[in-house]
Design a binder for this molecule. Structure first.
Ligand SMILES: Cc1cc2nc3c(=O)[nH]c(=O)nc-3n(C[C@H](O)[C@H](O)[C@H](O)COP(=O)(O)OP(=O)(O)OC[C@H]3O[C@@H](n4cnc5c(N)ncnc54)[C@H](O)[C@@H]3O)c2cc1C
Length: 345
């Protein structure tokens, strides 16, 4: 197959580049930042859920493959770490608790205490999803990029794509801060920047940038054992002794600082032994949020530009990387992506 340029080394672009390279496609991955995962991927809570969560639009059709694709990826790249801890979720009142779906179990206080022995006040009930997992999103992205390179991909950092190069109505490559890169197909995996890059095309891309804030905390290893999503806090251990804490996002520096401190205090109040917790910092990422679920497919009739943008991309990346590579290599549309297509004029 002819050369593919992938724009953006977040989790999506890195997964696409890896899956293309391992199938022998000449691929160049261009990233504006100094290293992979400098976009929202590096700020992600990175909860991988096949059984819970929101699956808007065509994401619903990808759900059944998520856990198997993570297992496959681990078989292919044995050094990556997927923390299969399961998750525990509960609402502030039992009335708000959702009904357990397939793969989900309603459990009582003693089972919750067994799973989370440091929780000071286990709720009466929670939804337990044993199959839920989490990754270190930056480490996984770096591993995908390294594996793509091992399969022959070229990766250029500090290379910002400024525009698509259009000649005779066809996109022939990209113009970047460091020069022109020719491509038979350009894959746009630049997250929130994709609509801007697509401006010369008549593609209808309703993709919002949605801010979300994440704090990093050090604490005794194993303080939180599963992924805990209560009404007051959402927390998981990402590496031994390093925890990610979701912070309710508010606008304004002072208000956000208060929100971070409040979330940290709620976490400390919830767990025994949390006096050793230290807040390391926090960051707000801009999540690419397509209005109707994942947007994956060709943006031009001549197949010179392909778009891949979605929310919950940490969960979906191994699956969409595999399916996108398959479409580009075989030329056959993947039926699993049928409801993710762009509307073109
Ligand atoms: C607080 C928070 C919690 C989250 N929790 C979860 C979760 O639990 N589970 C889950 O699945 N998802 C979660 N997400 C969402 C998830 O992080 C995103 O869906 C995912 O990271 C998007 O990946 P991406 O590769 O599309 O975008 P990005 O990571 O933003 O990657 C795009 C890359 O393109 C580069 N780029 C942009 N423009 C250009 C250009 N012109 N030229 C070259 N390079 C360019 C950027 O530098 C960036 O590296 C969360 C997000 C946040 C912020």
């Amino acid at each position: 197959m002819s050369a593919v340029v992938v724009v953006g080394a977040g989790i999506v672009g890195s997964s696409v580049a890896y899956h293309l390279a391992r199938r022998g496609v000449p691929v160049t991955l261009l990233e504006q930042g100094p290293s992979p995962a400098t976009g929202v991927t590096g700020d992600s809570f990175a909860w991988i859920g096949g059984a819970g969560g929101d699956w808007p639009g065509g994401a619903q059709d990808l759900r059944e493959y998520v856990l198997a694709d993570y297992q496959r990826l681990q078989n292919e790249l044995p050094h990556i770490t997927v923390r299969r801890t399961g998750s525990l979720s509960w609402a502030s009142t039992q009335a708000e608790d959702s009904r357990p779906g397939p793969g989900q179990f309603r459990i009582g206080r003693s089972d919750i205490a067994a799973l989370e022995p440091h929780l000071r006040h286990p709720p009466d009930q929670a939804i337990h999803i044993p199959s839920d997992a989490g990754v270190d999103p930056a480490a996984l992205t770096h591993a995908l990029v390294a594996a793509a390179v091992a399969h022959g991909a070229t990766v250029l950092h500090n290379t910002a794509v400024t525009s698509l190069q259009v000649a005779g109505g066809r996109v022939e490559g990209v113009l970047t801060s460091t020069g022109f890169h020719a491509a038979a197909t350009v894959v746009l995996a630049a997250g929130t920047r994709v609509p801007k890059l697509c401006e010369p095309l008549s593609a209808d891309l309703a993709i919002a940038a949605s801010p979300a804030t994440l704090a990093r905390v050090t604490a005794p290893p194993g303080l939180v054992k599963t992924i805990v999503a209560g009404p007051d806090f959402e927390v998981r251990e990402v590496r031994e002794g390093d925890f990610l804490l979701v912070v309710p996002h508010v606008e304004g520096t002072a208000a956000l600082e208060r929100s971070v401190q409040d979330a940290f205090q709620r976490m400390k109040a919830a767990f025994q032994g949390s006096d050793q917790c230290r807040l390391l910092g926090y960051h707000t990422g801009q999540r690419p949020m397509p209005a109707h679920g994942p947007v994956i497919g060709y943006a031009t009739n001549d197949r010179s530009v392909y778009v891949a943008v979605m929310h919950s991309a940490i969960t979906l990346a191994p699956t969409v990387g595999r399916l996108i590579a398959d479409e580009l290599v075989t030329g056959r549309p993947a039926p699993e992506l049928r409801r993710c297509r762009l509307r073109t004029h």
